[in-house]
Structures are given as C-alpha cells and as structure tokens.
Ligand binder design. Structure first.
Ligand SMILES: Nc1ncnc2c1ncn2[C@@H]1O[C@H](COP(=O)(O)OP(=O)(O)O)[C@@H](O)[C@H]1O
Ligand SMILES: [Mg+2]
Length: 258
C-alpha cells in the first residue's frame, strides 16, 4: 500500500471543558475526494484548523507527505501544499477580487512578481467563474461569490490537498450543478480533496469515501452508500426520513440542509 498523502492520527482538541475532537484518525490517498459530514458543532471546522496549524492539537498528530507537520504554522501548511478554505469567509474587503487571489499566489505559491501573480489569479478566477467580477472590491460580492473567491484563493496556493469547509453553502439548484462540475474539475487537476459539506447530493455525487463526525468523534466511515445506511449515522445526522427516501431513490440524490 502506498503512503497516504495526509494522515491524521488520534487528533484531539479540547476547549476548556469541551472536547471538540476526540482521537480522530483518518487518511487521504492521493487523488481521492473524501466527504466529511456531521451536525453543526460536530468538530469539522476544528479538525481543519488542527490540520492546517490554525489551532494547536491537545493530542495526536498530522502527517503530510510522510512528514510530521503537527506543529506547523498556517503559512507553512499553505506553502507545503496543504490549503483550505474558511467557512467564515474573510477576504481583504477593500482589495479587488483579483488582488485577493493574487495575494495567495504571491505569498503561498511564490509567484515571482505581482504581474505574474495577477495573471495566475485571473486564470483561477476564470476557472471558478468569477472573472467578470475581478475588478470589483471583494466587499461587494454576494455570499456564494465570496465562497467562490475563497476557492480561487486556495487554488492560487497551488495545493496538493484542499480542505473545503462548506464552500457550497447558500447555492441554489442550478448553482449546485455548476459546483459539482467545478469540484470535479479541481479533482481532475490532481488535487486531493476533503469536502466538508451539508448538501448530501454534493457529498454523495463526489466522494469516494465519507467520514462522519459526531460530538468530536468519528462514528462511521466508508463508501457513501454504506455510510448513509449506517444506523449510527441516520440517528446522529441524517434522520429516518432521509434514510427512507434513500431506499426509494437509487442512485442517491437527497439534499439535506443542517
Ligand atoms: N475557538 C474555539 N473556542 C471554544 N470553542 C470552540 C472554538 N471553536 C469551536 N469551538 C466549539 O467546538 C465545537 C466544534 O465546533 P466546530 O469545529 O466549529 O464544528 P462544526 O464545524 O462541525 O460545525 C463546537 O461546540 C464549538 O462551539
Ligand atoms: Mg464548521
């Protein structure tokens, strides 16, 4: 078996009396799309923050490309090819959309000049469908467009692994179809993806494997169909209505907002 690209071993985080993640272990193999689901407060964003050095783990370790990166800083994670999007988007509001993405190309991916960075940034904006808004101030974007900006920024860091924290929140049905195509196009570039997502349609269409967090613990993992029929997952997250609907529909196409 090949070494996993990213390996999380017994990762725990405690905030005072709250155990936000408890001994979470999983790995991502090169080229995979793995879904990470679970109710609000389950610890999904905390996990991304631990993996990218935004938070320091209370226990456990993270290996990236075989190297122990548990104590790395966020900029080191980004430069090494481990990029993420933020669930709470935080662009530089007064800079243009293009400048926001160019900043990522300059600082994380080491573009040799500002002009070069802006040229790369424009390619990423075209890729995510934001090119027409390139010269608008980031503050003027709607929430779904800000999520696309987050995605373009993370792509500008030329990642090997991309941790996507609810980048598709707030999309309508037509936009979801476009988002599916976009996620597939990212994977086709050889980028390994951990997809945190409430829209089950998106998770089930894209993920080769799914991980389920509940109260900070990984309660189930496996291929999408076995995970959504796991009684623990139905009880903790999906609900019995979802399960009944899934049994009538094949292939799975349910949507869940949570
Ligand atoms: N910086 C923090 N300080 C204290 N508690 C936090 C912090 N970040 C997250 N939490 C708590 O940890 C738990 C997991 O949160 P989070 O990882 O954001 O869950 P999810 O992303 O799955 O919705 C929640 O109870 C949340 O309130
Ligand atoms: Mg979250």
């Amino acid at each position: 078996m090949t070494t996993p690209l990213l390996e999380v071993r017994s990762l725990s985080k405690r905030f005072g009396g709250l155990q936000a993640t408890r001994e979470v272990s999983f790995s991502l193999r090169e080229g995979e799309i793995v879904g990470l689901i679970g109710p609000n407060g389950a610890g999904k964003t905390t996990l991304v923050n631990l993996i990218t050095g935004v938070l320091t783990a209370s226990g456990g370790s993270v290996f990236f490309k075989g190297r122990d990166v548990t104590r790395q800083r966020p900029y080191e994670a980004a430069r090494s090819g481990l990029a993420r999007t933020f669930q709470i988007v935080q662009p530089f509001p007064h800079m243009t959309v293009l400048e926001n993405v160019a900043a990522g190309a300059l600082f994380a991916a080491g573009a040799p000049s500002r002009r070069q960075a802006e040229r790369q940034a424009m390619e990423h904006l075209e890729f995510v469908g934001l090119a027409p808004l390139a010269h608008q101030p980031a503050a003027s974007l709607t929430l779904p467009s800000r999520k696309r900006l987050e995605l373009a920024k993370s792509l500008a860091m030329q990642p090997k692994v991309l941790l996507l924290d609810e980048v598709n929140a707030g999309l309508n049905t037509a936009e979801i179809e476009k988002a599916l195509a976009l996620m597939r196009a990212i994977a086709a570039r050889g980028i390994t993806i951990l997809l945190i997502e409430h829209l089950m349609k998106v998770v089930l269409s894209l993920s080769q494997r799914v991980l389920v967090l509940h109260h900070g613990e990984l309660i189930s993992q496996g291929d999408p169909q076995s995970v959504i029929s796991d009684p623990k997952v139905i009880e903790a997250y999906l609900g019995s209505k979802f399960a009944a609907r899934q049994q009538q529909l094949a292939p799975a196409t349910g949507a869940l907002h949570g």
